[in-house]
Design a protein around this ligand. Structure first.
Ligand code: NAD
Length: 265
């Protein structure tokens, strides 16, 4: 058996850049029709669609702010109109608005929680409702699959990023609770927790001298690439992972292995 998504429809939020873009491209290569969601990057999303179509795949770009229920519902509506249903949802969109706790504005707190946690809740909720509505579609063993994009900061505290770490800690329990609730319906829900992957969200930390510092936190001594995360997402979305639900798959080169203890013998 291979990791394939033939005949399936995948919605990838934040699919115009970084990890979402990598996932959209790999899912299309694996046979899925892909809804490439974007927030601000309309042209970048159109380029992802062009790339998928040029390779013989099917995709559409759909703008939606994942923190707004009406926009999430409209995005699912567009997916169903274009492709007839939804089999996989990758709730990937996320932002950072960093500040020391005493300096953080309520707006910085709310923006991150709204996008990273409420946005993932709204997409998962819309997915469960759609999976139930459409019933068995036959292309997968599960009735539907949800993959949340968490972070190593669902378990590693992160000074100066309390909004972000709280949002990802929230995603962990959102995913597990949801997985428990819908497992009897054969809906699988899992998370990916990336470590340091080179994308727009962490450009400053992954280039030049900062990259050297970062490598000290990565036992595997390599900063990750979007493809590393995309392959994990494809595995979790495919029937290869059919008995896996409620799990967080860490894609972090060992960042969660307490690297400070390496030479502390
Ligand atoms: P990125 O900035 O390239 O991607 C974030 C995406 O989210 C963008 O496409 C952006 O347009 C979209 N987005 C932002 N607000 C949105 C909204 N309100 N509605 C819809 N879309 C919105 O960065 P990335 O690294 O690809 O991040 C993707 C996910 O991976 C995020 O959830 C992030 O927290 C997580 N993550 C990334 C890393 C890393 O090292 N890159 C590590 C851990 C977790």
């Amino acid at each position: 058996m291979q990791c394939r998504l033939d005949g399936q429809v995948a919605v990838v939020t934040g699919g115009s850049s970084g990890l979402g873009r990598g996932i959209a491209l790999l899912f299309a290569e694996a046979g899925a029709s892909v809804v490439v969601n974007y927030h601000s990057g309309a042209e970048a999303a159109a380029e992802v669609v062009r790339q998928i179509e040029a390779a013989g795949g099917r995709a559409i770009a759909v703008g939606a702010d994942v923190s707004q229920q009406a926009e999430v519902d409209a995005m699912f509506g567009r997916a169903i109109e274009a492709f007839g249903g939804v089999d996989v949802v990758v709730a990937n969109s996320g932002i950072q608005k960093d500040a020391a706790v005493a300096d953080m504005t309520l707006d910085q707190w709310r923006q991150v929680i709204d996008t990273n946690l409420t946005g993932q809740f709204l997409c998962a909720q819309a997915a469960v409702r759609q999976f139930r509505r459409q019933g068995e579609r036959g292309a997968s063993r599960a009735l539907g699959k949800i993959v949340h994009m968490s972070s190593v900061h669902e378990v590693i505290p992160w000074a100066g990023h309390v909004n972000y770490a709280a949002s990802k800690g929230g995603v962990m329990m959102l995913m597990k609770t949801l997985a428990q609730e819908v497992a009897p319906e054969r809906i699988r829900v899992n998370s990916i927790a990336p470590g340091a992957i080179r994308t727009n969200i962490n450009k400053a930390a992954t280039e030049g001298a900062a990259a050297e510092q970062l490598l000290k936190l990565i036992p595997y001594k390599r900063i990750g690439a979007a493809e590393d995360v995309a392959r994990a997402a494809l595995f979790l979305a495919s029937d290869m992972a059919d008995y896996i639900t409620g799990a967080t798959l860490f894609v972090d080169g060992g960042m969660t292995l307490y690297p400070g203890f390496e030479d502390n013998g």
